[in-house]
Ligand binder design. Sequence first.
Ligand SMILES: [Zn+2]
Length: 162
Amino acid sequence: MTVPAPRPASDPGSDPAGPPVDPVVGARVPELFAAAEAARANAHVPYSHFPVGAAVLTGAGMIYAGANVENAAYPQGWCAEASAIAAMVSAGERRIEAVLTIADGDEVPTCCGGCRQKIREFADPSTPILACGPHGLRVTFSLAELLPHSFGPSNLGVGEPT
Ligand SMILES: [Zn+2]
């Protein structure tokens, strides 16, 4: 299968409404997209039939991906972003520089509320969240746009992730 590469978010015209993405992050978007799409292909979604893939770029420059995992006991399932974050943490990393998600459908596939908070634990308000469809980038958000006035580690006197 050929995975179409998204236009980097830093390309003029690709997302005039979104915030600018650091060129270093923008250069990794094709890799993030490919990792998220590969994970999406393995999503366990026998109930919703709505596969989602996610990939995180870490502070060390690594990429970890994950898919949504549903369960016959519905509340026990979890999101693709949670899978990717779990892979990152399991590898010993704690800093998210960017998140990319892929899902199909007419609506822009933004992260659910719970995942916005999960991302916040390891990211800061300016961290880019790239919402993609199977054919490429649709909209770039900052975490602050998706989760304004967020509650994070600093609220409990813990330093932000580095
Ligand atoms: Zn979620």
